[in-house]
Ligand binder design. Structure first.
Ligand SMILES: [Zn+2]
Length: 369
């Protein structure tokens, strides 16, 4: 059997790490296109000028539109005109995905500077492309991962804590999904099974968020950087990214995708829906009761949803939940990476019992009367 793991080239993290961006970018090129989202341009624009001055030539662009083919083509043309040999994306997920796609078209290295720790996307060799009006269009699979990820935890700590919490939800899925892919021999994102390294990193991701998750959220609420926050940001961004790309996805992300067919869930973030997908996955795959309680406790402590009502689905009936369950089991979905065949009725049962157990733990009644 041939296994494959994929990694970003360099990972830099810490309070004040942004000050290193000039030196880090200069390792990759001499003429940079620096894409900033409007928030970054407003709050860090001046600071970035100082940081990059004298390190390399930069053209700064404010990214305000969608990660769509039109915007990518515009930026590629601009970059070609200016002889750009390295691209940087500073901001949220769409800024990062656009920077990755532009760099890929230019065959240039790319640096990602995430300003949130809300998903594990920054490290990945993947961009999600939308239409100009914001509908999902396609996945762009990139031939390699970003060359640099630079995370300034002082910036992460200043963002609303809900972003970090959502990132914990996304990271919570990593070990369970990788573990089931290992058990079934399923492929990871490279199209081959992962090596032992991937499963080990996925486990470390789980251990860090279990141990430090609540303390990290408390630090973020106080807008301060602590060792606990550093560890959770690393788990959310790096370990979760390595774990899912090289370990593989399974039921939790498929259930997330299923939940998105219900419009009530659209106000909730990726990691929040993934977290409930994890709870349903634990029921579906018959995990040990002690382990299930440990995961519910973490979700309750950090504020991740443990009931359908917490995802806007308090009124959802069995027919609606069945639509989500069927979407989760669509052909090609990662739920089929589980070590046993999964049908929609099992997912429906898992959703209902995950919700009822969550309600009973919160003091509600789980018997339906
Ligand atoms: Zn995810």
């Amino acid at each position: 059997m041939i296994t494959t793991a994929i990694f970003p080239g360099r990972y830099v993290q810490g309070a004040g790490a942004l000050a290193q961006l000039g030196d880090e970018l200069a390792r990759l090129g001499s003429q940079a296109l620096v894409l900033q989202d409007p928030f970054v341009a407003e709050h860090f624009g001046e600071q970035l000028k100082t940081i990059l001055a004298g390190k390399l030539d930069c053209h700064k662009e404010v990214f305000s539109s969608e990660c769509c083919d039109e915007e990518i083509e515009r930026l590629v043309a601009l970059a070609r005109q200016r002889g750009v040999d390295v691209v940087a994306g500073i901001g949220g997920g769409k800024t990062a995905d656009t920077a990755k796609a532009v760099a890929d078209a230019l065959k240039a290295p790319v640096a990602i500077v995430p300003t949130l720790a809300s998903t594990d996307a920054p490290c990945s060799a993947l961009s999600v492309i939308y239409t100009a009006t914001g509908e999902f269009k396609r996945y762009l699979l990139l031939p390699r991962n970003p060359d640099l990820i630079l995370v300034d935890t002082a910036i992460i700590a200043k963002a609303p804590a809900r972003f970090l919490v959502a990132g914990i939800g996304d990271a919570l899925a990593t070990w369970f999904e990788a573990e089931d892919c290992r058990a079934s021999g399923a492929n990871n994102m490279s199209g081959r099974p992962g090596p032992a390294t991937a499963y080990g990193l996925a486990r470390m991701c789980y251990e860090l968020i279990m141990k430090y998750g609540p303390l990290a959220v408390t630090a973020c609420e106080q807008q301060v950087v602590t060792p606990a926050l550093e560890r959770v940001v690393e788990a959310n961004t790096l370990l979760s990214g390595l774990g899912f790309e090289s370990g593989g996805l399974a039921a939790a992300h498929a259930i997330h995708n299923g939940l998105t067919v219900l419009p009530e869930t659209h106000h909730y973030w990726h990691g929040e829906k993934v977290a409930f997908g994890v709870l349903a996955m634990l029921m579906l795959t018959n995990r040990e009761p002690e382990l299930i309680d440990e995961v519910y406790t973490l979700c309750e402590d950090v504020g991740l949803p443990t009931t359908l009502a917490a995802l806007g689905l308090g009124e959802a009936d069995d027919a609606a939940l069945m639509r989500a369950a069927e979407a989760a089991c669509a052909a090609g979905e990662t739920i089929h990476n589980e070590p046993f065949p999964v049908a929609p009725r099992q997912v429906l049962a898992a959703l209902k019992v995950a919700d009822a157990y969550g309600r009973s733990r919160l003091g509600g009644c789980c018997h339906g009367e």
